[in-house]
Unconditional design. Structure first.
Length: 185
């Protein structure tokens, strides 16, 4: 049996394998932090409920009046352990979008970038059940500048809350027109 020769791997394949491994390692390190938001000792998972938020678009500002223990405005990518019963969450929305436009006489294309933020924080109530996991997410329509807050019970595989629509503030953050016109010349 011959020895492995790393020089026999084509450079493009080596780069692909490296990026694949790097992606796997990065994904493993970006796990949600778990935050316990009740008094007393740690309870077993079947006696608490969990709220999961990826922090991508919809964000948790507070749970039952408690802010993030990190001192930030939102909790971010987090799993929050709470006690069963009614729990009040204050949430907000922040997303980005791109629209494509055409330059002079349609000879080049360029993108315009926008940021969409909720005008106000939204208060919702979740009646959490022991042993259940709840995913906080959203739906949005950037063209109509509105969003809905959605909560899914992952344990029961069903949606338990959809409220809205709530208004979004649309702010233009820039474009790549100059870069696009350079290719036209």
């Amino acid at each position: 049996m011959g020895r492995f020769n790393s020089g026999s791997i084509p450079p493009l394949a080596a780069i692909f394998v490296f990026l694949l491994l790097l992606g796997c390692l990065t994904r493993c390190t970006v796990t949600a932090k778990t935050v316990k938001l009740y008094e007393g000792p740690q309870l077993p998972r079947d006696e608490t409920a969990q709220i999961i938020c990826t922090g991508e678009r919809v964000r948790i500002n507070s749970v039952n009046g408690q802010k993030s223990p990190d001192g930030k405005d939102t909790f971010g990518n987090v799993k929050i352990e709470i006690l069963p019963g009614d729990n009040e969450l204050t949430v907000s929305f922040s997303g980005t979008s791109i629209t494509m436009n055409y330059g002079s006489e349609g000879r080049y294309r360029y993108n315009i970038y926008y940021r969409h933020d909720s005008l106000n924080n939204v208060d919702i109530t979740i009646n959490a059940k022991a042993g259940h996991r709840y995913l906080l997410t959203s739906t949005h329509d950037y063209k109509k500048s509105r969003w809905h807050v959605v909560v899914r019970d992952k344990t029961a595989s069903r949606s338990i809350l959809k409220e809205g629509p709530y208004p979004l503030n649309r702010v233009r953050t820039g474009d790549n027109r100059l870069q696009s016109t350079l290719f036209e010349r």
